[in-house]
Design a protein around this ligand. Structure first.
Ligand code: NAD
Ligand code: AKB
Length: 310
């Protein structure tokens, strides 16, 4: 079988930073090309500056490095997207089309496209939101992810391109900082706790959202991409869940280990976004089709986060 050679877009972001390392461990550092709009600095493997909106530059890198898989992470997230909706739509959609068309034209075998719980809106079931649910998102980010999922499905059905996708919940990790999302508070809160500072949360105390610890998110991504093609029955995007909690609950989890930690609440425009999202997700399709099972609950994540950040 041909050696897998991987190109990642948006590799300098919250998930890309960690996923790049994991892919390099799995496939060899020299076989993973990390790209981003900005210079990624010295790394264990090759890097390149790439604007995912530039199809010629993308095709040149794919041909030069004989790329067989593209992980397309570059995107504008929910909170940043609401500040400039048309700009966010343009980046999220045009970059996806560049990746899909380049993959089709060059013979790339597999594409990974992360979607999000942002595809759901308030018409969807709030708890244990099913895999196949009404999708009426209220953010431009969510609209772009619904469209992206459908295009992933289209390229698979029409052209046979092996595109795979997960609807990540909010991802929490110690290795990198998040970039403009509504779930970012659940990363920031740990940094305040280890610094001994009071955290002001931009969501209300009782706003429950689905979340996933970074090691679980990375493992899910690799497991999905390595699963036999015939097991991947959902070609739009799989629901994926780890845990669900409110700001008050994550604060209480931290206080078990940092008793002096304090939180206060000042909800802003991100509250409306969170209110339109599910509180918990039914990921039974992922469990059945390719064996998904999360390892971390809230307290296990808190212990690991605090240990690493300290
Ligand atoms: P991030 O904002 O941390 O990183 C995105 C990266 O994309 C940045 O490094 C940025 O420089 C780069 N980028 C932006 N525009 C670009 C362009 N035109 N060309 C090339 N690079 C560009 O995002 P993340 O949290 O790492 O998310 C990665 C992917 O996962 C996104 O598609 C996001 O929608 C999805 N996702 C993330 C979460 C989460 O909680 N982090 C949840 C659901 C889905
Ligand atoms: C965001 O909050 O925008 C992301 C996501 C859940 O897609 N973290």
């Amino acid at each position: 079988m041909k050696q897998s050679r991987i190109l990642i877009t948006g590799a300098g972001g919250q998930i890309g930073t960690v996923l790049t390392d994991a892919l390099r461990q799995a496939f060899g550092a020299d076989n993973v090309l990390a790209t981003d709009l900005r210079d990624l600095g010295p790394q264990a493997g090759p890097t390149a500056i790439l604007d995912a909106l530039n199809p010629e530059a993308l095709a040149e890198l794919v041909n030069k490095w004989e790329i067989t898989q593209i992980y397309h992470l570059a995107a504008i997230l929910s909170a940043t997207g609401e500040k400039n909706p048309l700009w966010a739509w343009d980046i999220n959609m045009r970059s996806l089309f560049n990746v899909l068309e380049t993959a089709r034209a060059t013979g790339v075998q597999k594409v990974y496209y992360p979607s999000s719980i942002a595809v759901f809106g308030r018409e969807a079931a709030k708890f244990d939101t099913p895999q196949f649910e009404v999708l009426i998102p209220e953010t431009v980010y969510g609209i772009s992810k619904v469209a992206g999922e459908n295009w992933a499905n289209y390229y698979f059905r029409r052209y046979g391109l092996d595109v795979r996708s997960l609807r990540y919940p909010g991802i929490i990790g110690y290795q990198s900082l998040p970039g403009g999302g509504t779930t970012d508070y659940a990363v920031d809160i740990y940094h305040y706790a280890v610094r001994g500072e009071t955290f002001t949360c931009f969501l209300s105390a009782d706003t429950a959202l689905p979340m996933l610890y970074m090691p679980d998110a990375i493992r899910a991504t690799l497991e999905l991409m390595e699963a036999p093609a015939e097991n991947i029955r959902v070609r739009s995007s799989y629901n994926l869940a780890g845990m669900s909690f409110t700001p008050a609950e994550i604060a209480a989890s931290i206080q078990k280990q940092v008793p002096d930690f304090r939180i206060q609440y000042a909800p802003d425009f991100r509250q409306a976004i969170a209110d339109s999202w599910p509180a918990s997700i039914d990921d039974s399709a992922a469990r059945q089709d390719w064996g998904w099972k999360p390892m971390y609950d809230l307290d296990a994540m808190t212990t690991d986060m605090l240990t690493h950040l300290r």
